[in-house]
Design a binder for this molecule. Sequence first.
Ligand SMILES: [Zn+2]
Length: 265
Amino acid sequence: MTGWREIADGVLIRRYAELDLTVGLVVGAEQALVVDTRGDHVQGAELAAAVRQVTPLPWQIAITHGHFDHCFGTAAFLPAPVWAHERCALHLRRTAEDQRAEWIEHYRHEAPETAEALRTTTVISPDRLVGDRAELDLGGRTARLLHLGPGHTDHDLVVAAGDVVFAGDLVEQGAPPDFSDARPEHWPSTLDNLLDLRPSVVVPGHGDPVGPDFVRSQRAEIAAAVELCRAGPPEGDLLARSPFPEATTRAVLRSMNVGRFPDIH
Ligand SMILES: [Zn+2]
């Protein structure tokens, strides 16, 4: 479960049992790009050591979004450039301590050592902020960092390396998408933009790599849930027609109302 898998030339993924997290690595001739850093300083150090078994090259870090499981491991990679969407830094400033407290509580009994690692983690703010796009020359290959619109959060950043796209939690395999900080009404068009990149492989933030057909069907599910929730709280039959379990549908509804700010683009 925790080994590397090379899914294209110099493009690797690594999956973890914990939260079914999937992280990535793109290796050029001169530099490597690590996509997401896991959820605390111990997990980050494990990943950094694992990257070092693949390549001795200097690394840069790309954070897909500011949820703890994708970025609280960053300190283990410093010094290094840390790329993220510009609103990711703001999200971390606003929410990092709440995320820490919530997940310490979550792990307190079942995994006290993880709770302790979270408690002692230094949360690193990204220092290379991306508006819509950036290109990283890794030597003989380019990685593109793209903000394709809001979706799972208001600051999702995808990493395109050849025809592989690391989607962060814009795509989730093996579980319904997470809507806790989502912009559900924008999510389908953001996935259209992702599909316009014509990827042959899409790496989700959780689960197994998928193809464009999977993304298309997840896009349709999200659009259907948004439609159901547009008229207000779906009950009874409406709830039963949702493609998602009840708790997820209710999260869609909640985030549609929280997310109704005029300045979202
Ligand atoms: Zn997330």
